[in-house]
Design a protein around this ligand. Structure first.
Ligand code: PXP
Length: 255
């Protein structure tokens, strides 16, 4: 794999949920997540990610409708496996749906989807999305059993939950990174496209970006927080640069 190819093959999906969180704090129209999506595109994002939660705490139905029709970047719609969300996805036909677990009381998506435990519910759900031409991604912890069931269910993509890696300190972080690396290798072996995300920052992104099997990172909260200090454009460009540098080094190492 050439260095250029390695760097080029890692996409950045910018999650704009927390632009909507700030907007909703006052109930008005500012800041507009669509404006953030356009700024992300101009700064080099390859896609936009948005999570429509059952309680609509950040992204709204109207945001999804506008993102699907007004933004010329692939939309990755994160959602729980409910009939309500399925109907919304089928109406808007995003490029991909990332199915996530959702607990009403959680602050954020705390863990991966237990695909193995919920395979009976997920099987028809995934089939209906795929039949509509929507790519299906499952947000999972980096565990072999989850990947095997994701493959058996016909998912196109697994997104590895990087939260435990980002939160770990000291030697524990390497342990979590090794789990991500092993899962990414296994995903590729199974023919699943591998994505990763949750909690990534300037400090934690490089080792994950350097995993050659990872094709896309989805990053939101840190970028929106960092935008307060440097602006969204600069925050995204810096993230892209760190990703490209990490990927370029990985390409050199494996060349
Ligand atoms: N990927 C998935 C599946 C998520 O649920 C989230 C959070 O909504 C992210 C990525 C982005 O995480 P963060 O906002 O911590 O960067």
């Amino acid at each position: 794999m050439s260095r250029l190819h390695a760097a080029g093959s890692l996409r950045l999906g910018v999650n704009i949920d927390h632009v909507a969180t700030i907007r909703n704090a006052r109930g008005g129209l500012h800041p507009d997540p669509l404006r953030a999506a356009r700024a992300a595109r101009d700064a080099g994002a390859d896609g936009i990610t948005a999570h429509l939660r059952e309680d609509r705490r950040h992204i709204s139905d109207l945001d999804i409708s506008r993102l699907a029709t007004e933004i010329d970047l692939p939309l990755n719609l994160e959602m729980a496996a409910t009939e309500e969300m399925l109907a919304i996805a089928l109406r808007h036909k995003p490029n991909a749906c990332c199915i996530v677990p959702e607990k009403r009381e959680e602050v954020t998506t705390e863990g991966g989807l237990d695909v193995a435990a919920h395979h009976r519910v997920l099987a028809p759900f995934i089939q209906r999305l795929k039949a509509a031409g929507i790519r299906v991604s499952l947000f999972v912890d980096p565990e072999t059993v989850q990947l095997a069931v994701a493959r058996a269910l016909g998912a196109d993509i697994v997104e590895l939950h990087t939260g435990a890696y980002c939160e770990a300190q000291g030697a524990g972080r390497q342990v979590e990174l090794d789990r991500l690396i092993a899962a990414a290798v296994e995903a590729e072996r199974l023919g699943l496209e591998c994505h990763a995300g949750h909690g990534l920052s300037f400090e934690t992104v490089a080792p994950v970006a350097a995993i050659p099997q990872v094709m896309e990172l989805n990053i939101g909260h840190f970028l929106v927080g960092e935008a307060i200090f440097s602006g969204l454009d600069r925050a995204i460009r810096r993230m892209r640069q760190l990703m490209n540098e990490a990927r370029g080094q990985a390409g050199l190492a494996t060349a």
